[in-house]
Design a protein around this ligand. Sequence first.
Ligand code: ZN
Length: 268
Amino acid sequence: MRIARFTPPVDRDGQRSGDPLFGIVGRSPEGEETVLKITGDPLYSGIHPTGEVFLLADVRLLAPVIPRSKVVCVGRNYADHAAEFGSEVPPEPLLFLKPNTSVIGPLDSIVWPRQSQRVDHEGELAVVIGRLCKDVPREKAGEVIFGYTVANDVTARDLQKSDGQWARAKGFDTFCPLGPWIETELDPSDLAISVTVDGELRQSSRTSSMIFKIPEIIEYASAAFTLLPGDVILTGTPAGVGLMPPGCSVSVTIENIGTLENKVISRG
Ligand code: ZN
């Protein structure tokens, strides 16, 4: 099931509030993509359809989740990406955090900050946590996963190097695009993942090339942090990371989930 967060089209008599809604992405009998509105937030109140249906083309998709407390990220989790920067593959998952204020949705603009001369894309598979958990053994990791979405771990590469700590380089506002929706039924173990910039292929790999697999990452991360429903884990990026110049359009595609597209603009 695909769960989207969206704002509906403005209605003529102004009856609709414009507050974000959640819905199930599907198809009409005529073959058009649709969103069936559900009540409340599926992370807290389950999935209850209302019967109200919008055309997907008429709604504005938002980030499918605003992480309740944090985005946990894994660095150097594909050997080919570690090698392209001359780094060793870490013996244990290398974790860092992005603030939830960095999250934006599909088609929102990634803002190139004036402090950086090099802003890069990192296409990544994202895991959405479904319930409060701590010390989750890898065998039970599936029980705490709500679903999966697509992420771009936007990185100010020059500041990542000069700062040493990655909080600023990875944490600017707009540096965590998520979307287009959460896929709740997915085997994430061997999916094609790719990134294009203005249509040109930059990254292309499979999730089977991850060094630390998702159950292992959840075990490792939850041994350090309590995970809350709506927290998000980014699972690392394959080789081919590179510049996203202002004005470009960047798309991250993961098989069986979809494509997350964003434009890049200059802060000016
Ligand atoms: Zn990354």
